[in-house]
Design a protein around this ligand. Sequence first.
Ligand code: NAD
Length: 474
Amino acid sequence: MENAHRFYIDGKWVEPAGGTTSDLIDPATEKVYATVAMGSAEDIDRAVKAAREAFATYSRTTVEERIGLLQKIEKAFVKREREISETVTQEVGMPISVSSGFLLDWCKLHIAETIEILRRYEFSENLGTTTVYKEPIGVVGMITPWNFPIGQIFTKILPALATGCTMVLKPSQLTPLDGIIVAEILHEAGVPAGVFNLVNGDGRVVGEAISQHPDIDMVSFTGSTRAGIQIAKSAADTIKRVVNELGGKSANILLDDADFETAVENAVGNCFFLNGQACDAGTRLLVPRNRIEEATNIAVRVANGYVSGPPSDPSTTLGPVMNENQFKNVQKYIQSGIDEGAHLVAGGVGKPDGIDAGYFVKPTIFSDVTPEMTIYREEIFGPVLSISAYEDLADAARMANDTVYGLAAHVTGKDMDKVRQLSRELRAGSVYVNSPDFDPKAPFGGYRQSGNGRECGEHGFTEFLEIKAVVGHG
Ligand code: NAD
């Protein structure tokens, strides 16, 4: 890729300040497929300076101008769709059926939703003798993970562009190529110089330079709770706003009146989505005690129907996990499930039969998992589903909430009064009822150690705004 050894700063592709590079390894083959430049604090300084200068004018653009820009971004995005899905599939092993379908739709739905919010949003309101203005917060540092590339970049850059902020993005060092495509799309769409800047690099150097930077007003972070804690600490000295979208260990509760065939199939699909690497996956399936055998049998059948193979093959339904570390980590969790007495009913340690290369994990199901087990408590980030029994709905809610996380929960059942009541009991940022379609209006974010602040929809949009009260004005 032409720009893999350059950064996008102040509207131009520029040479990095230092000379280090990093190899990118295809998770499906374990072979190096590209090399990218790694940045430094000096590159971040340069990018922040450009963003600060651009803020003076971009923050004063009109709503109509910014809507026009978002429409041009959509046009430029559509032209690159095929390249985006192929790039993401290579970078992260996402099955091509997902990267050429759900992922692209997801980005376009977010563009459309951002335009709609911008059209109707009131950037000022009158309260008593006060006029309250909602102004762009300033320069935003963005740090994104690898598990849903480009998608996570879009949920940050769209509201930032819409509200009049300028930005410096550091994508995951494991998936930098789709970020480069994003920069090229924004350039083609005519985003003014300095409004969007891209520096690649790792968390320790470039991420840390963003969190600490005195001229960055807000950090929007998505990634692990471990890194989120570090970012919040590093950002504290400059009192910048930190929006942390972190990990999870979400429960999926089946009510007794659910259609178990469909509900369990959906539950396995949800857990194995993105090769088991979705932050809001329902990785703990909770079922009534007298139905656990039935649920387990269906889950085993569904898991055994997954097809592991090259992610670029449209018939593949389960690709590899991200890298060797991730593979070893998931293996360790599967072994801990066995050692701690959970009932392994599908999959297990090792690679699927017939696969030698690539970080492929067997689609794995554990049943009779109890709350003290490690696989019940910790985020595994691989295709591993735990099934546990609950006694009644109060017990189900208590079990679902028995976690340090609070990103999501899933509930399936026919009695909507019970479903609604249970949904209100759950301490999670999102509760998905009966496997709903994706809704771009829904705010996304976590309770407890799953983060703070929200992304997406109008709630995500307002994170990028400061509030100014002009008192005695009205
Ligand atoms: P990660 O935390 O290792 O890395 C995420 C990003 O943070 C990368 O760009 C990395 O370079 C950077 N980073 C790492 N340490 C840093 C530091 N000390 N300072 C600044 N930046 C730093 O996470 P990952 O492995 O890329 O992603 C997987 C994790 O992300 C999972 O825990 C998953 O649940 C979470 N996630 C959360 C959401 C959400 O919206 N809540 C969405 C997707 C993924």
